[in-house]
Design a protein around this ligand. Structure first.
Ligand SMILES: Nc1ncnc2c1ncn2[C@@H]1O[C@H](COP(=O)(O)OP(=O)(O)OP(=O)(O)O)[C@@H](O)[C@H]1O
Ligand SMILES: [Mg+2]
Length: 320
């Protein structure tokens, strides 16, 4: 396999060109090059064209995911691990964070509000019904956040201030509108924050904390005029590193709400994080280009191995 890095992208426009140029410039002397990946109709034992694929969109294009799993088995390094990304969920991550000693809001995962039509009462005999909403609310408190167990883009994220609000929002998750599938939701203590930080995390050790204002319009949320420094920065770096290292994500963002000086991890399931120059701003964008290009060049050269290589049982039965 020649040392080609392929990039899979969705609608984003500012990251792909500069990323490919940076890898081509820095990798040329070592024979590493980058291009937009071109895929279609993969065969089982097809020799992969790419030694590394940076995957920014397989959560939306299932064929890419299928290709990436097979390509990984055939020796391609995929950023991020397609097997783990597919399995990961926000509720699992909350339990993991607690076990790692990272603060998270009190969280409960809820049974779906409804199901596709073939599922009936017989199928649901293991479910407690009705749910004890008062008990659930006595744990997480009010206000609370109801949001999907997997998902992004602030879709179906509800702040609820009363039991009535909660039941209304929960009903919305049942796929009421045409084309919407029922979703599994988590209910979470609302953290009344005094400060907010987002960390861009690359290669599991490079952590860039940036002040973030979730109340601003999308393009103004990354606040570069007030850098995160001192002890707050140290703690953000420490906790973000603990999370991405355990999860094995080479590309992620980890978001913290700060309340009474404690950093609560709010969302760290972002394996295709926003890299657009207009939202993360120029200096952070340049940092991303440097760290991402170093990462993929090391993978392409074989001087680094992805953390998940060899982790599944079937690796032992094949030779790559
Ligand atoms: N427990 C919470 N307490 C306070 N605010 C919260 C909480 N959960 C979510 N939020 C707010 O809602 C926003 C969206 O939530 P979250 O990040 O979990 O959803 P998402 O769809 O994954 O978003 P993104 O696309 O930005 O990753 C957060 O940026 C935060 O401002
Ligand atoms: Mg997210």
């Amino acid at each position: 396999m020649s040392k080609i890095v392929g990039l899979l992208v969705g609608r984003e426009n500012t990251f792909p060109g500069p990323f490919i140029e940076t890898v081509n410039r820095k990798g040329a002397a070592q024979g590493v090059s980058a291009e937009l990946a071109v895929l279609g109709g993969t065969r089982e034992l097809e020799l992969p064209r790419y030694r590394v694929i940076v995957d920014r969109i397989s959560h939306e294009v299932p064929y890419y995911r299928a290709h990436l799993k097979s390509a990984a088995l055939m020796g391609t390094v995929v950023v991020n691990d397609p097997f783990w990304w597919e399995a990961d969920e926000k509720f699992f991550e909350c339990t993991l964070a607690r076990m790692l000693g990272v603060a998270v809001p009190k969280t409960v995962v809820l049974p779906n509000k409804s199901y596709i039509s073939d599922i009936n009462d017989q199928s649901l005999r293991n479910l407690k019904y009705p749910l004890d909403w008062d008990d659930i609310l006595s744990y997480v408190g009010l206000p609370a956040i109801l949001k999907p167990n997997t998902g992004g883009g602030w879709k179906d994220v509800y702040r609820v201030d009363s039991k009535q609000d909660l039941l209304w929002a929960y009903d919305q998750s049942g796929g009421l509108s045409p084309g919407h599938r029922p979703k599994t939701m988590i209910l979470q203590e609302f953290i009344k924050w005094e400060d907010y930080i987002r960390c861009i995390c690359i290669g599991r050790t490079n952590i860039l904390p940036i002040r973030y204002d979730p109340t601003a319009p999308f393009a103004d949320r990354y606040v570069v005029s007030r850098p995160v420094d001192g002890e707050l920065r140290d703690r953000a770096v420490h906790d973000a590193r603990a999370l991405v290292d355990a999860l094995g994500y080479d590309m992620d963002t980890v978001e913290f709400a700060v309340r009474d000086g404690t950093l609560y991890a709010i969302d760290f399931l972002n394996p295709a994080p926003d890299f657009d120059s207009f939202s993360i701003k120029e200096d952070n964008f340049n940092w991303v280009l440097e760290k991402m290009s170093d990462l993929v060049i090391a993978y392409a050269n074989g001087t680094a191995l992805p953390p998940w290589r060899g982790e599944h049982r079937w690796w032992k039965h094949v030779r790559t």
